[in-house]
Design a protein around this ligand. Structure first.
Ligand code: PHE
Length: 357
């Protein structure tokens, strides 16, 4: 049996010496492969006597098992070493700076929204919210849009496919449905603003299919147009941080206010930039008026006891005017160069005490 001991020592030494999986596999094939040294020994059993064969066969099988398990063990060790080597080779230092870093910034619309909220909060307005996906009742019917009236088309509404009941949901065309939701759920006196996204199928330099409005609503006893005008003029002076802004009220029509008006800001649009306080152009920035008695009634408020005013202003447009952006569509083009130029620091939260911008 010394030949078996010698062979075993030889093969085990080769297994131990194998430096990688490929070398180990060569050792395996040479020992226990079909034509390997140990497999070759098994083939010699046929020529032996039964007693001899029994003894020798058991010894060879035991030798083969020991070699096989030595190979399995070595294989696991080589694989683990290879994995370790790969893990350390592929290590990434996540703390290293990238090749180019652009700082994040606050989008001008969000900055303007924060500025508006801070001004109105200072005047005693609370912030109210409503859903972007509205029903016909809140967006139109309760706001005194007559059923099937073309005024509903005036808003270039995005409608959803009708439900089984025939009801058509829509993307709200203005923040005015939040007026309805507030009046239905709260008792007067009411003084709220409702900032949010609004949607209309429209696109040019001063229109985008998604835009932002801030709605305002005041309901109390004895409210009149004078309160509305003072509130908006005070807001505009504070927002532009100057009294040198010229505004004009134009008579207008909204089904949900009577009387109604639009307010424009004087600006100069020559030379590819937009400047306020000068020029011969007017940019419409809001709609407003005294809440229509039908709207108060639809919301369960007695118009003989309470009156109110409401306004809805375009946030993005006010941002264009204040920060001199010529085209509204750029605001939502996700161009990081534009954002780097017009964006604001996230640490400079606007408030009445430390300033707006
Ligand atoms: N909802 C109107 C619009 O989007 C604006 C508005 C709000 C007008 C409140 C009057 C009162 O055009």
């Amino acid at each position: 049996m010394t030949d078996l001991n010698t062979l075993e020592a030889e093969v085990l030494a080769q297994v131990a010496a194998a430096g990688d999986l490929q070398a180990l596999d060569a050792v395996r094939v040479a020992a226990v492969g079909k034509t390997g040294s140990i497999s070759g020994l098994l083939k010699t059993l046929g020529a032996m006597s039964p007693d001899e064969r029994k003894e020798r066969g058991a010894a060879i099988n035991a030798l083969r098992d020991r070699v096989q398990s030595a190979i399995t063990e070595k294989k696991a060790a080589l694989e683990a070493a290879e994995l370790d080597a790969r893990l350390s080779r592929e290590t990434l230092d996540l703390t290293l700076p990238g090749p180019y870093r652009r700082k994040g910034s606050v989008h001008p619309t969000m900055q303007v929204m924060d500025e508006m909220v801070s001004i109105f909060a200072d005047m005693g307005f609370a912030v109210a919210e409503g859903p972007d996906i509205e029903d016909d009742f809140h967006n139109f019917t309760a706001l005194n849009f007559p059923e099937k009236h073309p005024a509903r088309e005036m808003h270039d509404t995005f409608f959803f496919e009708p439900k089984e009941t025939g009801e058509r949901m829509l993307l709200r065309t203005h923040t005015s449905p939040v007026q309805v939701r507030t009046m239905v759920s709260q008792k007067p006196p009411i003084r709220i603003i409702a900032p949010g996204r609004t949607y209309r199928c429209d696109s040019d330099a001063t229109h985008t299919p998604m835009f932002h409005q801030v709605e305002g609503l005041v309901i109390d006893k004895g409210i009149h147009m004078g309160h509305l005008k003072w509130t908006l003029e005070t807001f505009i002076a504070r927002f532009f941080e100057t009294d040198a802004v010229t505004t004009q009220f134009r008579p207008h029509h909204f089904p949900f206010t009577e009387p109604s008006a639009e307010m424009d800001v004087q600006c100069d649009r020559s030379g590819g930039e937009i400047k306020i306080g000068q020029g011969t152009s007017w940019l419409e920035i809001l709609g407003c008026g005294m809440v229509h008695p039908n709207v108060l009634r639809a919301c369960g408020i007695d118009p003989d006891e309470y009156q109110g005013f409401a306004f809805g202003m375009g946030v993005d447009r006010l941002g264009m005017l204040k920060y001199g952006m010529p085209d509204l569509r750029d605001m939502f083009a996700s161009d990081s160069r534009w954002l780097a130029h017009y964006g604001f620091s996230g640490f400079a939260a606007p408030n009445a005490a430390s300033g707006l911008s």
